[in-house]
Design a protein around this ligand. Structure first.
Ligand code: PAF
Length: 286
């Protein structure tokens, strides 16, 4: 596996791949890799001849008082995992921001105003900025993003469309522990008691889904049910939001209609913020 640490080298490597006629798929990550990331890399392997994984803890997407400093970093282990998986290239830039970097990229739309966008000001601007830089440097044919960060996926798709970046964005399913907790690098911050309660995020979403499948379509009632489930099963969790929104536009809804809905939530256990979501989708005839 190539380990590349500069943008110039990365660009040259990618050019060589493309000139050889191979298709390149990128998996952007912030490292501290877990099974969720590895599933993205496996998806990338199915989708292209050559797989690159980037590892970069992007400072611009963390707010003041966020967990940038304490975000887990373990490059040695990350590289071992990527080697075992047969990834072709690990791109580990020292920085993505040259001194005095003064170019900003921001998706200004409903997509970044609601859910995590309204609770983490500047977060999606930081994501858009670094993902645009990664796509320009690596020039992949495709890139894989996890559905756990559903809103991020929509923002990246909009970014690619608006800037004509020509990268196909592939969505990969959420990977969960056996008890339903979505895998996240932040799960390691949880105390044993918080970890015991954390699967309540998924249970609350499943309760909403079950009620909807049983015929309840009022967003108000579905959200109330989700709140109750969470309160019962995660008394130490502080709910930041639990919302149902249109799955493509993130517009607010009163009823879940034919387009279905995204049910998404964010919960804090102490300083640790966890997110999860589920798509309420009608089964369509083939
Ligand atoms: O999802 C992440 O890990 C990050 O937001 C990303 C896409 C790697 C950008 O820093």
């Amino acid at each position: 596996m190539e380990v590349i640490r500069s943008a110039a080298e990365m660009r040259a490597w990618s050019e060589q791949v493309r000139c050889g006629g191979a298709e390149l798929c990128l998996v952007p990550t912030m490292g501290s890799l877990h099974e969720g990331h590895l599933s993205l890399a496996r998806e990338a392997r199915r989708r292209a001849d050559v797989v690159a994984v980037s590892i970069y803890v992007n400072p611009t997407q963390f707010g003041p008082g966020g967990d940038y400093e304490r975000y887990p970093r373990d490059e040695k282990r990350d590289l071992e995992l990527l080697r075992e998986l047969g990834v072709d290239c690990a791109f580990i830039p020292k920085s993505m921001y040259p001194p005095g970097d003064s170019t900003f990229i921001e998706v200004r739309s409903k997509l970044t105003e609601v859910l995590c966008g309204s609770r983490r000001p500047g977060h999606f601007a930081g994501v858009a900025r670094v993902v645009a830089k990664l796509f320009i440097i690596v020039a992949p044919h495709r890139a894989v993003f996890g559905l756990k960060d559903y809103q991020q996926l929509l923002v990246v798709r909009r970014l690619v469309r608006d800037l004509h970046l020509g990268v196909e964005i592939v969505a990969a399913p959420i990977v969960r522990d056996a008890d339903g907790l979505a895998l996240s690098s932040r799960n390691r911050y949880l105390t044993p008691e918080q970890r015991r309660q954390a699967p309540a995020l998924h249970s609350a979403l499943r309760a909403v889904e079950a009620a909807w499948k049983a015929g309840e379509d009022s967003v108000h009632n579905l959200v109330s049910l989700g709140h109750r489930t969470l309160k019962e099963q995660a008394p130490d969790g502080r709910l930041e939001y639990l919302e149902l929104r249109h799955p493509a536009t993130l517009e607010g809804l009163e009823f879940v209609g034919w387009d279905g809905a995204l049910a998404a939530l964010a919960v804090r256990f102490g300083d640790t913020r966890l997110i999860d979501n589920i798509l309420l989708q009608h089964e369509r005839d083939a």
